[in-house]
Design a protein around this ligand. Structure first.
Ligand code: VGL
Ligand code: ZN
Length: 198
């Protein structure tokens, strides 16, 4: 069975002292590097926003980070400015063994739409091309690791399951933002889609 490892957003801004730091985000990197050695197909995602992106609180008058607003495609959490294209914060963490990856999917470049998932923007309709890439390689199973469990890992895992892949999230190699209980909600959502949490 052909399995791919999908490494979600292990970037400086999601690691301690980053703009949108995820607690313990750097603790998972050594294990992810080891895990990558088991796969012929490793894909990294990179959150990659233009300056002034609509997911940034600073792009909305009177809004603070972690406020929630209504967008044409649904609810949107507003974030501190993070992962701006070409910035140090958008770079992969220096310790991540990026050389093992066969592809890097950049997401979140559309100024109007956020993109948590490696497969679709948050309108749940605009594709990144990753599904075609994996299917053309004959991949049937996807294991996910990275940041953050309750946002980008969660959305990617759900989309992968809905696209027909067998999906596992390796939770020891993930860390969560956990905004108002979002981790518990995400775990339930993933399980309801048939995602295995390991
Ligand atoms: C992420 C919030 C905003 C993530 C990305 O990688 O989980 N979260 N952009
Ligand atoms: Zn983002």
């Amino acid at each position: 069975m052909k399995t791919a490892l999908l490494v979600i957003d292990v970037q400086n801004d999601f690691c301690p002292s980053g703009a949108l730091e995820v607690a313990g985000g750097n603790e998972i990197i050594a294990d992810i590097n080891q895990e990558m050695k088991k796969y012929n197909c490793v894909v990294l995602t990179q959150d990659w926003h233009p300056k002034g992106h609509s997911s940034f609180a600073m792009s909305h008058d009177g809004k603070e980070p972690f406020d929630v607003i209504e967008m044409p495609y649904g609810e949107q959490v507003l974030w501190p400015e993070h992962c701006v294209q070409g910035s140090e914060g958008a770079n992969f963490h220096l310790k991540l063994d990026v050389d093992r990856a066969s592809a890097v999917i950049r997401k979140g470049a559309n100024p109007q739409i956020d993109s948590y998932s490696a497969f679709f923007e948050n309108d749940r309709n605009t594709a990144t091309g990753l599904d075609g890439y994996l299917k053309s390689l004959g991949i049937v199973k996807i294991n996910l690791v990275g940041l953050a469990t309750d946002f980008c890992v969660n959305y990617s895992a759900q989309d992968a399951a809905n696209l027909g892949y067998e999906v596992s999230v390796l939770e020891a190699m993930c860390r969560a933002i956990d905004l108002n209980g979002s981790l518990a909600v995400a775990r339930t959502e993933m399980r309801n889609c048939g995602v295995e949490l390991i």
